[in-house]
Design a protein. Structure first.
Length: 516
């Protein structure tokens, strides 16, 4: 067990802006002595990214994860569930959120000690109420809009030995706290007993019932969705009840397709996270990060362009600081989550993009999924993704949800104030911005190996020349110009290996049968 975390501990509070670097920091924290990443650790982070993509972009997706059992406890990466819960003290800032973290920690400890074979532990975590905290505080803490419902079930072998634990969760909206409270009070509820509520005006009162919410596995044939079904009769307002019932219908359909879309974007997101972690470790942007910067050089907002200017290296390329890494990660989340949202049919995000733009992104995502299964190279996928990323950046979508919060990338606004060196905004909602409208100026290309260096040529806002921009757009790596052909070849990506036993495909898709 790790050292206890708490609001009065010695751990420095992580500033809100740095929350987005959690997985990047995990990659650097768990890096091997040889500088490499263990494949099992990469797979665990990959699962985290799948879950984050679902929560942020797919309102009706169900997430199922697996925690291995060893040394008498469960593990996720190098942490126990209690330690994972304790990390909330660093992630959150307000006393109201820390009060919830305290309950999360005790729930994790209770589940570790008391979960029984053949039974399911239930944890209901409603969104903050006005009594808990002002809406602005709840929004900042990512606790304002969704209720999370999750369940735990042991995985045991034929001899009854514990092998691990399944955790299945979803986010649901519109359920009034009064409905959760009324269900808890009812002796004929799904739990078969009345549960005492200490304060029906606070979400904490429902969260604290975790130790009384145990069910036989057969009571939840549809898994976590059945908990949402159970609360519907306690919703008094008919319109609100219909909203929740509509969500239940959507929870029952399309889980496999949503999972496939989440896996597809998480694959590329993981590559980016590794590259960003490597960049921070080295203090310099790696080729993958340079490509991302260059592909969006005509889309970056004023703050990001200023950071890129400050971090420009004399010999070419960019240095990497946490401030710049935050901007790049926020942008990557925005493009990644928007692509996932479109693939999953998220109507809110599609409305922001417009039908014509969303159609292009949707077709690109389907094509990427197809060629990924057929062994396409990273270069081929990057070229397709570059087009989608620019379209998304031009629309400045707002997407997000769950613990990850919202992701608004710092992309160019329609109000220019940079001395006329940036591109003219193109308001066409149906096509990628016409490249002839991009503005170029004389300067030295930022790509170290560009043959035009050290002379001047036409460069864009990030000082990437026309020729290198074209290579980045095609998914190529101009940083390898002039190297022997064997060095220019792309290294095969490390094969992702499962960190768990042979978890069934149904469980991975969020369709695990939880009946005994």
């Amino acid at each position: 067990m790790g050292e206890q975390l708490g609001p009065s501990g010695e751990y420095e509070q992580q500033i809100i802006a740095e929350r987005c670097l959690a997985e990047v920091d995990n990659l650097n924290r768990l890096r091997g002595a040889d500088g490499r990443h263990d494949p099992a650790m990469l797979e665990a982070i990959h699962v985290n990214l799948i879950t984050a993509a679902k929560e942020a972009a797919m309102p009706y997706a169900i997430s199922t994860t697996y925690q291995e059992h060893r040394e008498g406890t469960f593990w996720w990466l190098d942490q126990t569930p209690v330690e994972v819960a304790e990390s909330g003290y660093i992630f959150h800032q307000s006393p109201a959120a820390h009060a919830r973290v305290a309950v999360e920690v005790e729930e994790a400890r209770h589940t570790q000690q008391n979960l029984r074979p053949g039974y399911i532990g239930v944890f209901i975590s409603p969104r903050m109420t006005r009594q808990d905290a002002p809406y602005e505080v709840a929004k900042t803490e990512h606790l304002a809009d969704d209720d999370q419902v999750r369940i735990h079930m042991l995985d045991v072998d034929e001899q009854g030995a514990i092998q691990g634990k399944y955790v299945q969760s979803l986010l649901v909206r519109d359920v009034p706290l009064s409905a959760w409270a009324a269900m808890s009070r009812d002796p004929d509820n799904i739990f078969g007993k009345a549960l005492d509520i200490e304060d029906e005006g606070s979400a904490l009162s429902v969260m604290k019932l975790y130790d009384k919410m145990e069910l036989p596995a057969q009571a939840l044939p549809n898994g976590v969705v059945d908990i949402v079904k159970a609360v519907v009769p306690y919703i008094d307002d008919q319109n609100t009840r219909q909203k929740v019932e509509s969500q239940i219908i959507l929870f029952h359909g399309g889980q496999e397709a949503m999972h496939e879309a989440a896996v597809s974007v998480a694959d590329r997101w993981l590559d980016f996270e590794v590259a960003l972690a490597d960049s921070l470790e080295a203090g310099e942007a790696t080729p993958v990060i340079q490509r991302f910067i260059a592909q969006l050089q005509h889309e970056w907002g004023r703050q990001t362009r200023a950071l890129l200017d400050v971090n420009r290296l004399p010999e070419g390329g960019w240095g990497m600081t946490r401030e710049l890494a935050i901007k790049l990660e926020e942008a990557r989340r925005n493009t990644t989550w928007t692509s996932a949202a479109v693939a999953a049919g998220n109507e809110d995000v599609i409305a922001q993009l417009g039908y014509d733009t969303a159609k292009v992104i949707y077709e690109n995502e389907l094509f990427i999924q197809t060629i990924r299964h057929n062994g396409a190279s990273a270069q081929e996928i990057a070229a397709i993704e570059a087009q989608s990323n620019r379209l998304i950046a031009q629309k400045k979508t707002n997407v997000g949800g769950g613990c990850s919060g919202d992701a608004r990338g710092d992309f160019e606004s329609s109000e220019q104030d940079d001395g006329g060196t940036s591109y003219e905004p193109n308001q066409d909602s149906s096509k990628e911005k016409d490249k002839k409208n991009w503005r170029w100026k004389r300067g030295i290309c930022q790509v170290k190996t560009c043959p035009t260096r050290p002379g001047q040529t036409k460069v864009g806002p990030c000082s990437v020349c026309v020729r290198c921009q074209g290579m980045f757009d095609k998914g190529s790596d101009p940083t390898k110009w002039g190297m022997p052909s064997k060095d220019r070849e792309q290294k095969p990506e490390p094969k992702k290996v499962a960190t768990v036993r042979a978890v069934s495909a149904a469980a991975t898709r969020g369709e695990v049968a939880l009946a005994a």
